[in-house]
Design a protein around this ligand. Structure first.
Ligand code: PAF
Length: 278
């Protein structure tokens, strides 16, 4: 695996390999098996796999964990290399944002100002801006994003469609620990006791899905009951919602559209998100 920290070196390398199809896996590092599965997926659908590691300040609110976000450079490098990644692009902030990034990608508010966007204002502007920039630098044919960040995947798909970018977006399945907890870089913030309790988020989503499967289910009641159940267990949920997979809008069961249960909740100081598709 070759490693580049500057745009010019990466571009020079890619220019010499114009005939190869490129697959990009953008990450913020602190990699786990879920990321490595995305690398394998990119490898199966492109000649040259480029992983990026960049903790993107633009997508963090001032009170969020930008400074403490785990930076595990040595481990990440080893893991990517073992997973068969060809190129690692890891710019520093001065390289990617040499001047304040005043031109930004403003995603569709119907999709970006709900769910995560409601609780993390401007989050998807930050995500879309850095992803667009990485796409401009790497010029990939394929890009792989995990379904764990379900809304991010949906927003990026619509950005790519609306800007007519010639990039196929592939979705990576969520990897889970043995007890069902979705793998996430933020799981490492959990204490041993919290780690045991953390499975309750996906259990709640599953219970919501079961309840929603009953004919004439009252979706709003299922959602508000779930919020209460989580609060009673000591969690601070932001949202627990049942939405269409396409567009993430409230569901109308009569239309028989595929749906997804999405949740975000804080356990102690750690904010976890998860989703289940149906
Ligand atoms: O999912 C992430 O790790 C980040 O949001 C991404 C896509 C790398 C953009 O910074």
């Amino acid at each position: 695996m070759v490693i580049f920290h500057t745009i010019s070196e990466l571009r020079a390398y890619l220019n010499e390999r114009k005939g190869l199809t490129r697959g990009i896996v953008p990450t913020m590092g602190n990699l786990h098996a879920g990321h490595l599965a995305l690398i394998k997926q990119a490898k199966a659908s492109s000649d040259l796999v480029i992983a990026t590691i960049f903790v993107n300040r633009l997508q963090f609110l001032p009170h969020e964990d930008f400074d403490s976000y785990p930076r595990t450079w040595e481990d990440d490098m080893q893991a990517l290399s073992h997973a068969g990644c060809d190129v690692l692009f890891a710019p520093n902030e001065a390289e990617l944002y040499p001047e304040p990034q005043t031109y930004k990608v403003q995603p569709d508010s119907n999709m970006a100002d709900i769910l995560e966007g409601e609780f993390r204002l401007g989050f998807f502007t930050g995500v879309c801006t850095v992803v667009m920039k990485l796409f401009q630098i790497v010029q990939p044919d394929v890009a792989v994003f995990g379904k764990k960040d379900y809304q991010q995947l949906a927003v990026i798909r619509s950005m790519v469609r609306q800007f007519a970018l010639p990039i196929s977006i592939l979705a990576g399945e969520t990897l889970r620990a043995d007890d069902g907890l979705a793998l996430s870089s933020r799981n490492r913030y959990l204490s041993a006791e919290e780690r045991q309790a953390a499975i309750f988020l996906s259990r709640t989503l599953r219970a919501m899905a079961d309840a929603a499967g009953i004919p004439n289910a009252d979706i709003q009641k299922i959602e508000s009951d779930a919020l209460q159940v989580m609060r009673n267990k000591g969690w601070q949920p932001d949202y627990l919602l049942i939405r269409t997979q396409q567009g993430l809008q409230p569901i109308d069961f009569a239309k028989r559209e595929p749906w997804v249960v999405l949740g975000a909740a804080k356990l102690g100081k750690t904010r976890l998100i998860d989703n289940l598709e149906f």
